[in-house]
Ligand binder design. Structure first.
Ligand SMILES: *Cc1c(COP(=O)(O)O)cnc(C)c1O
Length: 378
């Protein structure tokens, strides 16, 4: 191919939204005036109210990060035994089960959605199974209807790791209204963020008091501590940052939509590169990630080689989610971790690549990344 110069500055897979400092400063001023930095303060209450609306959920509790949120989700449902989940996710998903003394049972994934395959869930159910923990990977919803149907027939709870799914809707319903509890992560790498932060959304309003006790050491009042909670509180500075970022979130999403469209357009016709984009009118996407699959046979180059080659051009992509959780040292002994049990997940973990994707990435840069990538085809 004609020689293309590397980018002068590194291009990373994502960049956090950094809101207008002046707007953030005004919020900090309000915090200073109130002299309250944490413990269910005014900024947190405003953010909770605004996110209820944005996420279209009936109940929401804010927490200090998504992992703590998922920990408390498992605690609040008082689970003990096995939980069926996906190996194609971030480390936090199965680790949270382990920290709750629950046993993860890995179920294979669907090759299109990259989410837990409902057709394979029932074979994972044993007398010890208590719940299904699905992950809406890259913001693509799990098959929530089939999963709920299986759960209802077997008396199981349903938890969703919706860390990637901020703002996603199915038929106009907030993604957080499906299942018993959904966790959102507000880590800086996520679309909407509070630097670190998270939330739980749930339909049963009776859970609110329990979750809010769990996030504050189980302290009911000055005289009574009624259960062994932990510190899961979001502080006022996190909440204030979230409020300023929330104001610009629709703009960020629309810029990302343009970038996603550009990538898709550029890759059309390149045999061996598949864009993992939804094509379902019932789903409102959120543009959390832009992910391709590289078919080594057809493209003539492996995902790993493409990843290495892109670095030479100052482009830093990520192999989300490789390695699979089932291949982490501490999970390989589980019977469900055997590669033969997870053929699709093991294949796909070797093909996926997350490309640079954030609102401030220029369309010219996207075009150049595409040219470099498609130019590698053999
Ligand atoms: C980011 C992420 C988490 C963890 O969230 P934190 O807010 O970083 O604790 C959990 N699950 C998935 C799938 C994630 O991507």
């Amino acid at each position: 191919m004609a020689s293309i110069e590397p980018f002068p500055e590194p291009i990373y897979v994502t960049r956090p939204i950094l809101p207008d400092l002046q707007a953030f400063y005004l919020k900090l001023n309000a915090i200073w005036a109130a002299k309250q930095l944490t413990n269910n303060g005014p900024q947190l209450k405003i953010l909770e109210e605004k996110l209820l609306q944005k996420l279209k959920v009936p109940n929401l509790s804010l927490l200090n990060n998504g992992t703590t949120a998922l920990m408390l989700a498992c605690k609040s449902l008082e689970l003990a035994g096995e939980v069926i989940t996906t190996p194609f996710t971030f480390a936090a998903t199965p680790h949270v089960l382990t920290w709750n003394n629950l046993t993860p049972v890995f179920c294979d994934i669907d090759p299109i959605s990259l989410n837990i395959d409902p057709k394979k869930i029932e074979a994972c159910i044993t007398p010890q199974t208590r719940a299904i923990l699905g992950v809406h990977v890259f913001g693509t919803p799990c098959d929530v209807f089939k999963i709920q149907n299986i759960a209802d027939r077997h008396g199981l709870r349903v938890i969703y790791d919706a860390a990637h799914a901020f703002g996603v809707e199915i038929n106009g319903k907030g993604i957080g209204t499906f299942g018993d509890i959904s966790m959102f992560s507000f880590h800086a790498t996520k679309l909407f963020h509070t630097a670190e932060g998270g939330a739980l959304a749930y339909n049963d309003h009776n859970l609110k008091q329990y979750i809010n006790l769990l996030r504050n050491f189980g302290i009911k009042n000055e005289e009574e501590v009624i259960l062994p909670g932990i510190n899961g509180k979001m502080n006022e500075i996190q909440a204030a940052l979230g409020l300023v970022i929330l104001d610009g979130i629709d703009r960020e999403m629309s810029k990302r939509k343009d970038i996603a469209d550009k990538y898709q357009q550029c890759f059309t016709g390149t045999d061996g590169i598949n864009c993992m984009m939804l094509n379902d009118v019932s789903i409102k996407p959120n543009y959390q990630n832009f992910v391709i699959r590289i078919d080594q046979q057809r493209f003539g180059m492996s995902r790993d080689d493409v990843y290495d080659e892109l670095k030479k051009y100052n482009i830093y992509t990520r192999k989300y989610f490789y390695p699979l959780c089932s291949n982490y040292g501490n999970y390989t002994e589980l019977p469900s971790s055997k590669a033969g049990n997870l053929p699709i997940a093991n294949k796909i973990a070797g093909e996926v690549l997350s490309l640079p994707f954030y609102g401030d990435l220029s369309l010219d840069s996207v075009e150049k990344i595409c040219l470099i990538l498609t130019g590698m085809k053999k």
